[in-house]
Design a protein around this ligand. Structure first.
Ligand code: PLP
Length: 384
């Protein structure tokens, strides 16, 4: 059976060149980077080389990059530590953030450590900047946390505009860039952000490694205590092969970014066009303009009962997709994003997410399978 992977927003396949770069650190070079002997010095050099490479690709200083276990930890660190270390009294965020931000904000609010304010969103999930400005004006000492692109619906915000607004009011600005890092260029020498979170497994790197960009003027103390690693900002023996793999994966993404973007945007456009041609009543959730995240397409299938088990039925056909980040059935019941934006919208909402490894032929195959599910063949034709 043919297997087609269209769940790249959940995780991406690792690039073979990344595996190759990591291999020496899984085999020969095993020294603890904190050790002073040659084994340790060799891996310490690899860690710092990876950090320099990431900083070079993002146009920031190496000291502004802190490796973490992934996007979840980076998000948690920013929210918790900004409140604890930087005098933040208000967190301004949105109801469609990834749970790593949304649930952390709820926990901080519940504990009474800071007040949490939820910015209004437009119909496709973009923050209402007028409301954001009102919140900023009313609540000094704020941290704003708004994701660059939504992992379920692909709506992308204007980091420059939001960052400028935050800074005009003296607020700190954090953006979860887990879905966009490696897919768009970042110039942190000019972009008005204080913190970014990223995760290697979303851009063809290994799992269990990510980073936090922490602008030099907004330094957080560690969330995890127990050692002086990561220049005293994150304790724990380093995931050396992860760091090496992350840097390599980001390098490959940045090297061929235009080509990847062009290819993947073409797949998304084709999928939208072909679904509209073949399946009456199909619709899309979130922003689908060229401003949106080109790797994600969230499709709303007709509410005719056939969507109920759609993810399972597609899986039986060898097609991997998802119903949102935390939703395991074909319905939208498990998605806080769908609930916040489209509480009344019936039908099965399915996320197809693409990578540079997908092809137009795969898209055609998936559309063909979906057509078979949703568009019954007339009886006369079926018997012939
Ligand atoms: N933020 C967003 C937007 C994500 O999509 C994800 C992963 O699904 C995360 C954070 C969590 O990242 P990680 O898997 O590295 O913890």
């Amino acid at each position: 059976m043919r297997h087609i992977y269209l769940d790249n927003a959940a995780t991406t396949p690792i690039d073979p060149e990344v595996v190759q770069a990591m291999m020496p650190y899984l085999t020969d070079h095993f020294g603890n980077p904190s050790a002073i002997h040659g084994f340790g010095r060799r891996t310490r050099a690899a860690v710092e080389k990876a950090r320099r490479k990431v900083a070079e690709l993002l146009h920031c200083a190496p000291g502004e990059i802190v490796f973490t276990s992934g996007g979840t930890e980076a998000d948690n660190m920013v929210l918790h530590c900004a409140v604890r270390d930087l005098g933040v009294e208000h967190i301004i965020t949105s109801p469609i953030e990834h749970h790593a931000v949304e649930l952390t904000a709820h926990a901080i609010g519940r504990n009474g450590d800071a007040q949490v304010h939820w910015v209004k969103l437009d119909a496709v999930g973009r923050p209402d900047l007028k409301h954001l400005e009102e919140l900023l004006a009313a609540h000094p000492k704020a941290l704003v946390s708004l994701m660059h692109a939504n992992n379920e619906i692909g709506t992308r915000i204007d980091l420059q505009a939001v960052g400028e607004l935050c800074h005009r009011y003296g607020a700190l600005f954090h953006s979860d860039t887990v879905q966009t890092m490696g897919h768009y260029p970042f110039d942190l020498s000019t972009l008005p952000v204080d913190f970014l979170s990223a995760s290697a497994h979303k851009f063809h790197g290994p799992k269990g490694i990510g980073f936090l960009y922490m602008r030099s003027g907004a330094v957080l103390k560690p969330l995890i205590l127990g050692g002086s690693q990561e220049r005293n900002t994150r304790a724990g023996t380093e995931n050396i092969y992860g760091m090496v793999g992350l840097a390599k994966a980001l390098e490959l993404c940045c090297r061929d970014m235009d080509e990847h973007q062009h290819h993947i945007q073409g797949l998304k456009d084709r999928m939208m066009r072909r679904l509209k041609e073949e399946i009456p009543g199909v619709g899309f959730n979130g922003d689908t303009s060229t401003d949106s995240l080109y790797t994600v397409l969230n499709v709303r299938f007709p509410d005719d009962g056939k969507g109920e088990m759609l993810i399972y039925n597609l899986d039986i056909e060898g097609i991997a997709c998802s119903g949102g980040s935390a939703c395991s059935s074909g319905s939208n019941a498990g998605s806080h994003v769908m609930h916040a934006l489209y509480p009344e919208r019936p039908g099965a909402n399915i996320r197809f997410s693409f990578s540079r490894y997908n092809t137009a032929d795969e898209v055609e195959h998936v559309v063909g399978v979906l057509k078979r599910i949703f568009v019954p063949v007339p009886a006369a034709q079926a018997v012939r």
